[in-house]
Design a protein around this ligand. Structure first.
Ligand SMILES: Cc1cc2nc3c(=O)[nH]c(=O)nc-3n(C[C@H](O)[C@H](O)[C@H](O)COP(=O)(O)O)c2cc1C
Length: 187
């Protein structure tokens, strides 16, 4: 692991017309596939959108990701299940951490997708691929669109999107982060 690459990585919103080598992309997908999940359930999947026409339709409901939809070589949605049946394992977890009272079961399912997302972002930086995570979309309108296209099921929810490719130009401005002291406490 190259820590300097991790520390230097920036969010990129506009990509040049250059394809990610298939082998690299398969590696990134495998990183997601290998990610940990609560109870090992992996109740999520990825939807890759290559079709330019569909990307344009989605962009109409996604003000926060229009440039990424237009330019990224790879564009994926992280999709989680929703409305799953409770069972004894979930009830045990719910009893331990209160997932029903705090955020509901669908929130727990959605939260799981941020693990493969984070790992893909990290891995992409390692192999010189730039990325952007995105929540700037109208979830319900795009869900309806994808259901009509038979790309999403009624028991699934769109959680977050990610774009991958090679940057058109470097991120502008300084990288701004809170200090480690603000984010880390030891007792
Ligand atoms: C969960 C999540 C959602 C995000 N949503 C969007 C988005 O909808 N559109 C966008 O342009 N950037 C989005 N971003 C990118 C962040 O604004 C960006 O990663 C952050 O400002 C740090 O930028 P930097 O790495 O260049 O410093 C999102 C990032 C995360 C982690």
């Amino acid at each position: 692991m190259d820590i300097q690459k991790i520390l230097a990585a920036r969010t990129i919103r506009e990509f040049k017309e250059e394809a990610i080598p298939e082998e690299d992309w398969q590696d990134l997908l495998t990183v997601a596939q290998q990610a940990v999940s609560s109870q090992g359930r992996q109740l999520w999947r990825l939807l890759q959108l290559d079709d330019a026409g569909l990307r344009q339709k989605i962009a109409l409901h996604a003000p926060g990701m229009t440039r990424q939809l237009a330019t990224a070589d790879k564009f994926i949605f992280f999709i989680a299940k929703k409305g799953i049946e409770r069972d004894e394992h979930i009830d045990r977890l719910a009893g331990a951490i209160g997932i029903f009272t705090e955020e509901g079961l669908d929130g727990w399912l959605a939260r799981q997708t941020f693990i493969p997302l984070g790992q893909m972002l990290l891995a992409a930086g390692q192999i010189g691929i730039q990325a952007c995570a995105m929540e700037g979309f109208d979830r319900f309108k795009i869900e309806a669109l994808l259901i009509k296209q038979d790309l999403l099921q009624a028991d699934e929810q769109l959680v977050v999107a990610a774009a991958f490719g090679y940057q058109e130009e470097a991120a502008k401005g300084e990288k701004v982060r809170k200090s480690l002291g603000d984010l880390f406490t030891k007792y």
